[in-house]
Design a protein around this ligand. Structure first.
Ligand SMILES: Cc1ncc(COP(=O)(O)O)c(C=O)c1O
Length: 421
C-alpha cells in the first residue's frame, strides 16, 4: 500500500475528530426546526394541517381575525407583480421607518419572516449544554423546543402571584444561565413583567449571558414599557417584535430582532442572510405608517375582551385578567376535556400548560366569535364535573418534558409533538 493510499484509507486522529464534529453538527442541523404558535396549536389538537370544518370558530392560536389593515393589503397587491425580484431596498425602507419611529440606529434592527426565527436563533446562539435557558412558567414554549437542539438545561421558574416573571428567582435558579427569556406580556397569561424588573435582570445576570425580551403582544397592553431603551443603552439584550399579532400579518410573516450589532451578527450565523417576501415587507412598512392602526385595534380587542370577562364573571367562571388578545380561563376540570367538548361544538380553543392543568388559553376573536365561544363554553361547563386546582401549582423541580415511547412523540408542555427525526 502506498503512502498516499494509507493516508486516504486511514484518516488521522485529527481528521477523525473533525469529521465527528461535523457529523454531530450535521445531525443537530438536520433535527433543527422552528416551533411556533400554529405548530403548537395544531399539535395540541393532533390535527396537523387539516382545515377546520365550515363555520368553525378558531380562537386557538392568538391570531388576529382582522387580518392586515387596508393599507397593508393595498401594499401586498401593489408588490405582487414585482414578485420576480428580490427588491432588497424594500427591507431597507422598513428598517428606516422603524428606526425613525423608535429612535434606533438602523444597524440595531434585523428583519426576519416573523419573530420565531430570531427567537430560535437566540436560543441556539446563547444557550448550550454549559449555559442554561431560563424561562417563566407557564410561558411560551418555542424557546424550550429550541433548547433541545442547543442541548441547554431548561430552567422553568413559576410566575409570581401577579403573573409577572419572578426575576430574583430566575437569577437564583441559574447561575449558569446563557439566555433568559422574558415574554411580556406573557404568553399564555397575558400579563406584564415591570420594566424595572427587566432592568434588574440585565444588571444582575451572569457575565456573558443575554436577556431575550419577547414583545409580541406589547401593543395590546396598557402601560407596557418596551425594553428597547436597554438595547439603545448597549446592554446584553435582544428585543423581539412581530407583525403577526396587532398588525394581523401572521400569514404574511414579518418581524424584528432589535439588539446591538454584535448580538445580531450571532443570530445571522444561525439563519444566514435570506431575502424576505416583498409582499410582507411592503405590508409591514404600510402598517407602521398607519397612524391609528395600533390604537384602533387595541380598543377593539380590549372592548371584546372586557365584554367576555364581564360575562365570565357574571357566570361565576374565573380567568386571569389579561392585557392581550388572549386569556387563561379556569375550566375546573382537566382542560383537555373542555377543549375537546368545545371542538365538538365547532369552537376551537387553545392549549393547556402542564403547570396549570385545569386552564385553557382562549384567543380573543371578533364579537360574534366570542358570542359563539360564550354559548358553547356555558353549555360545556354546565355538564362539567369540577375539580379544584390552586394557583400557582407549578413545581420547578418537576421535569417539563417527558418522552412517550408508545407514540414515539415528544410530550412537551402538554403538547403531543412529532418526534424530531
Ligand atoms: C410570545 C410569542 N413570541 C413569538 C411568536 C412568534 O410569532 P411569529 O413567528 O408569527 O412572529 C409567538 C406566536 O404566537 C408568540 O406567542
Amino acid at each position: 500500500m502506498s503512502q498516499d493510499m494509507s493516508q486516504k484509507t486511514a484518516p488521522s486522529n485529527d481528521s477523525r475528530r473533525t469529521f465527528l464534529k461535523f457529523s454531530a453538527a450535521a445531525a443537530a442541523a438536520s433535527a433543527f426546526r422552528i416551533v411556533n404558535e400554529p405548530f403548537l396549536a395544531a399539535a395540541a389538537m393532533e390535527r396537523k394541517r387539516s382545515q377546520f370544518p365550515p363555520g368553525a370558530v378558531v380562537i386557538n392560536a392568538n391570531e388576529n381575525p382582522l387580518g392586515p389593515c387596508d393599507m397593508a393589503r393595498a401594499a401586498v397587491v401593489a408588490q405582487a407583480p414585482q414578485g420576480g425580484r428580490y427588491s432588497y431596498w424594500l427591507t431597507d425602507e422598513l428598517i428606516d421607518t422603524f428606526a425613525e419611529q423608535q429612535g434606533l440606529k438602523r444597524e440595531y434592527i434585523h428583519v426576519f419572516p416573523g419573530s420565531s426565527e430570531p427567537l430560535h436563533f437566540s436560543v441556539l446562539s446563547f444557550s448550550s449544554p454549559a449555559r442554561s435557558y431560563v424561562t417563566g412558567d407557564p410561558g411560551y414554549e418555542a424557546g424550550m423546543e429550541a433548547a433541545k437542539i442547543s442541548g441547554a438545561r431548561v430552567v422553568k421558574v413559576p410566575l409570581t402571584k401577579t403573573y409577572a416573571h419572578d426575576i430574583p428567582a430566575m437569577l437564583a435558579a441559574a447561575p449558569d444561565a446563557g439566555l433568559f427569556y422574558v415574554c411580556t406580556p406573557n404568553n399564555p397569561t397575558g400579563t406584564l413583567t415591570p420594566h424595572a424588573d427587566i432592568e434588574q435582570l440585565v444588571a444582575k445576570k451572569p457575565k456573558d449571558s443575554v436577556v431575550l425580551v419577547d414583545e409580541a403582544y406589547i401593543h395590546f397592553a396598557d402601560g407596557a414599557e418596551t425594553a428597547m431603551d436597554l438595547v439603545k443603552a448597549g446592554q446584553d439584550i435582544i428585543v423581539l417584535r412581530t407583525f403577526s399579532k396587532i398588525y394581523g400579518m401572521a400569514g404574511l410573516r414579518c418581524g424584528f430582532a432589535i439588539a446591538r450589532p454584535d448580538l445580531l451578527a450571532k443570530l445571522e450565523h444561525c439563519g444566514g442572510w435570506s431575502a424576505l417576501p416583498i409582499t410582507a415587507v411592503a405590508a409591514a412598512t404600510a402598517s407602521l405608517k398607519h397612524e391609528h392602526l395600533v390604537a384602533d385595534r387595541k380598543l377593539i380587542n380590549s372592548t371584546v375582551r372586557q365584554k367576555t370577562f364581564d360575562w365570565l364573571s357574571r357566570n361565576g367562571y374565573s380567568y386571569v385578567p389579561s392585557q392581550t388578545n388572549f386569556f387563561m380561563v379556569d375550566t375546573k376540570r382537566p382542560a383537555k376535556e373542555v377543549i375537546d367538548a368545545m371542538a365538538a361544538k365547532n369552537v376551537f380553543i387553545g392549549r393547556i400548560w402542564p403547570a396549570w392543568p385545569t386552564y385553557s388559553r382562549i384567543t380573543v376573536g371578533t364579537q360574534p366569535e366570542m358570542n359563539a365561544f360564550m354559548a358553547a363554553f356555558d353549555a360545556v361547563m354546565k355538564n362539567a364535573k369540577s375539580v379544584s386546582f390552586a394557583l400557582p401549582a407549578a413545581d420547578p423541580a418537576l421535569p417539563g418534558d417527558l418522552r412517550s415511547s408508545r407514540h414515539d412523540r415528544i410530550d412537551a408542555d402538554g403538547q403531543m409533538l412529532p418526534a424530531v427525526r
